[in-house]
Design a protein. Structure first.
Length: 300
């Protein structure tokens, strides 16, 4: 059994298609099929059930893929540890990020890191909170930019930023008018009868927003959902409801669909963190990235 065969099986399981897997692996499809058949013959079990239109992982295959991922991750960690010992600066760092949050902070951090460590390749993976936690816990991502709380208990984190959570309202909302008449703060309890626009399930900020309402004594009436916080803000601006949004992604007055933003009397916050798997070897590249991230963020 060879390491490349583990990689092949893992890629087939991810793609569920031999052609796409072969393309990602940069090998010919017949060669991939031949190597898989050789592997299955050696271990004496069928890893994948092939049909004309699909490839399904068998029970044995799911166990094999899980162990193969762990083995490949251990090999990668060993390589990085040896590179650090030999003072090699080359390498690859796989960073996970929430799409919108990353769009606001990574453009500040990545150019500084690249200038300091030009031989370290950064690969960016943008996914939902749930997927990022899974990929980080399984070792497919080195570190991820996430917000607390983390659901996966196998992850630990370094705190980065604590930012205020704002309330986004349509410009003609009654609370906007009340503010113009001298009302200074808005209580979350005042929002119990309001229609809410929220992120879809799998996004960490969705749960933060729901818990703000539950802690105030009511369940939010969610009338629209989106996977994109920018769409959420546009829907609020169009008068379709209200929403909680992180301060860093509130829109400026330049946007035609900009809602009105208000601070809440409770001053709720969210904490952004760099998450990684407990017990995972922290390479010098990872340490350098986290150090650069903190430095850049503190200067803002």
């Amino acid at each position: 059994m060879e390491l490349r065969q583990l990689q092949y099986a893992l890629q087939i399981a991810i793609e569920k298609n031999f052609s796409r897997a072969a393309e990602k692996l940069h090998i010919a499809q017949p060669s991939l099929s031949q190597q898989l058949s050789k592997l299955e013959k050696e271990i004496g079990v069928l890893l994948f059930q092939r049909t004309t239109n699909s490839v399904e992982v068998t029970y044995a295959g799911s166990l094999f893929v899980e162990k193969a991922q762990a083995i490949l991750d251990m090999v990668e960690q060993l390589k990085r540890e040896m590179e650090d010992i030999s003072q090699m600066r080359k390498g690859k760092l796989i960073v996970g990020s929430l799409p919108i949050t990353g769009a606001h902070v990574l453009p500040l951090v990545l150019p500084v890191f690249q200038a300091r460590y030009p031989e370290i390749e950064i690969m960016l993976v943008e996914e939902t909170t749930a997927n990022l936690e899974h990929l980080t816990a399984s070792g497919q991502i080195d570190i991820s930019l996430l917000s607390l709380p983390l659901m996966d208990e196998s992850l630990t984190y370094e705190p980065l930023i604590e930012e205020e959570i704002m309330l986004a309202l349509p410009s003609n909302h009654r609370l906007v008018k009340a503010s113009a008449d001298g009302k200074q703060t808005i209580q979350i309890e005042e929002l119990a009868s309001e229609p809410f626009i929220a992120l879809k399930k799998g996004q960490g900020f969705r749960q933060i927003a729901i818990e703000l309402c539950l802690n105030a004594g009511f369940k939010p009436n969610i009338v629209f959902e989106s996977s994109n916080i920018e769409t959420v803000q546009s829907l609020v601006g169009a008068g379709m409801g209200i929403a909680f949004v992180p301060h860093m992604i509130t829109r400026g007055a330049w946007s035609e669909m900009a809602p009105a933003y208000f601070s809440l009397s409770q001053h709720p916050t969210r904490t952004l963190v760099i998450a990684y798997r407990k017990g995972r070897y922290i390479s010098k590249a990872v340490e350098a990235f986290m150090s650069t991230f903190r430095e850049v963020v503190e200067q803002q």
